[in-house]
Ligand binder design. Sequence first.
Ligand code: WT7
Length: 690
Amino acid sequence: NYLRHVESMSQLPSGAGKISQLNAVVLGESLASEENDLIFPSKEFSGQALVSSPQQYMEMHKRSVEDPAGFWSDIASEFYWKQKWGDQVFSENLDVRKGPIRIEWFKGGITNICYNCLDKNVEAGLGDKIAMYWEGNEIGVDASLTYSELLQQVCQLANYLKDIGVKKGDAVVIYLPMLMELPIAMLACARIGAVHSVVFAGFSADSLAQRIVDCKPKVILTCNAVKRGPKTINLKAIVDAALDQSSKDGVSVDVCLTYENSSATTRENTKWQNGRNVWWQDVIPKYPTSCEVEWVDAEDPLFLLYTSGSTGKPKGVLHTTGGYMIYTATTFKYAFDYKPTDVYWCTADCGWITGHSYVTYGPMLNGATVVVFEGAPNYPDSGRCWDIVDKYKVSIFYTAPTLVRSLMRDDDKFVTRYSRKSLRVLGSVGEPINPSAWRWFFNVVGDSRCPISDTWWQTETGGFMITPLPGAWPQKPGSATFPFFGVQPVIVDEKGNEIEGECSGYLCVKGSWPGAFRTLFGDHDRYETTYFKPFAGYYFSGDGCSRDKDGYYWLTGRVDDVINVSGHRIGTAEVESALVLHPQCAEAAVVGIDHEVKGQGIYAFVTLLEGVAYSEELRKSLVLMVRNQIGAFAAPDRIHWAPGLPKTRSGKIMRRILRKIASRQLEELGDISTLADPSVVDQLIALADV
Ligand code: WT7
């Protein structure tokens, strides 16, 4: 039986033929070992799955790319539209040679994503279903909201925002930790057509100020403080510093609505400025629990989310309403094989795109029960995640490779002392998952029963692009497998020529998909230059990728000057700008290095001003500079004092050489004769351990 099942699963997409691997295991049958690197879904799993065979996937994928309008409008029809979209389901120009880049989906369609997340579910009878379980940092501190209760809370906040003058199209900055108020705030903005811009509450005051200055919000939503693990972080103090900074830069924010997170600190201990500051709990409960929806066009903006690029300031990625709604809902449903009885937990923070698409919108559009966790995954110990899984009977658990790697360093008993039998599907996101972490996640966490959806996507793509459909495909540890419906990945060479079959190169995408970002806020030129000019006719992801003989995609990491630290995207240029703000730093060059837990670490070469001596104290103050300018997560792992940097005669820093020195691959330095001063290389090597 299994053999026949395996046989029927082995038919791969056109061109790739049959999977040649014979060393296969079936889910739940045995452990995934290094020899068994093809893992088949069990008959039971496939039997209940939304997409249960490669054939079914292939038929659906074929239709989605041959008839995107038909495919996506069928799905969109399952959602509520006040008015249906116009004649054209989508229209696009993705070729810079043919004019400005433009992507539109469901234009003319009038809807509201908050309505589809909440009212629609309540009307369908899910009012009493738990929408959110909230687990606080400390064990035993928890709360929950049903869909009806969530709707009421969203309406109260929406009414308040309207009352203070927030209108359709206005920006609202949200600087909150993982309290229920964070998704509530996002949904309240969406309800009234305001454009939210969530800033991850680990960013520093300067980073927050930079984003405020860029999007000019009327109001900022925050809380007094948060506890993460044993540490208390006074967010309100950070917001105050950011608002002082932004008003110096000409942007002042009228209102700072502050949630009193009493588990972290008290009102008395919070710095306060009357006038601008309002306590959330003092005003919001007074507002009515219902609020008219602001109906918006499918192409009206939903949110801005700042992300790092290889150069310059963070970019405001802009997503619109209709396409994003349909795309996040559909990707969530299929990639996790979602069923109404599931309890879903994504460990990402809503400050990143994963929390937008797969804590808030995607799951709630499906009426799912979502776990929101305030704390740190290793507090009070490495078993916390599995304690939460058992407590809420989590069936879908979605996390990042960095967490998997950090937990696998601890004893397996932190996992095995919990039952975890509710788990059904696991997910991974943020960076390539190395096969050994994949196997530990699969064998130990999932008891070799649960498929892993390794989802490749980006802030820009809005939702999953390359991902397993857990019931459809045999999996290979470390491969994101195949494209989602409607996605046409292409691998191109340096010249932009598409390469077929087994190959490696730059990952691009042909054609648009509903969840694609539409522009960079206030800078459409940069949007075109960064994403559509490198390889004309395609969207360029910035990632390297290979495709194996069976047609599986393997992401290999960024090919630009962006580093990925614990799944957090950081531009080397941003870290360099922070370092050179240090009064004793003359120049800085930052590269990524391999890091056992974080995936990549930050390695900074710095040159000092004339006469300044390098010291431990100086090293610490350089690191502090980056923490203060960007946030603790961007702190360099290594500072390498450099009397000079390797530059070409035209003054360009040769990062290739710096990368080799940073990773101590000294025999692979390559040709250094084109350097203006080749002797700096020896100097740098001599100082490597200072
Ligand atoms: C970059 C995008 C998308 C949510 C989190 C990060 C890397 C993301 C994977 C994966 C290999 C991955 C890529 C991408 N990445 N997921 N499953 N396998 N690499 O979003 O901050 O926009 O970063 O993260 O390098 O370009 P982001």
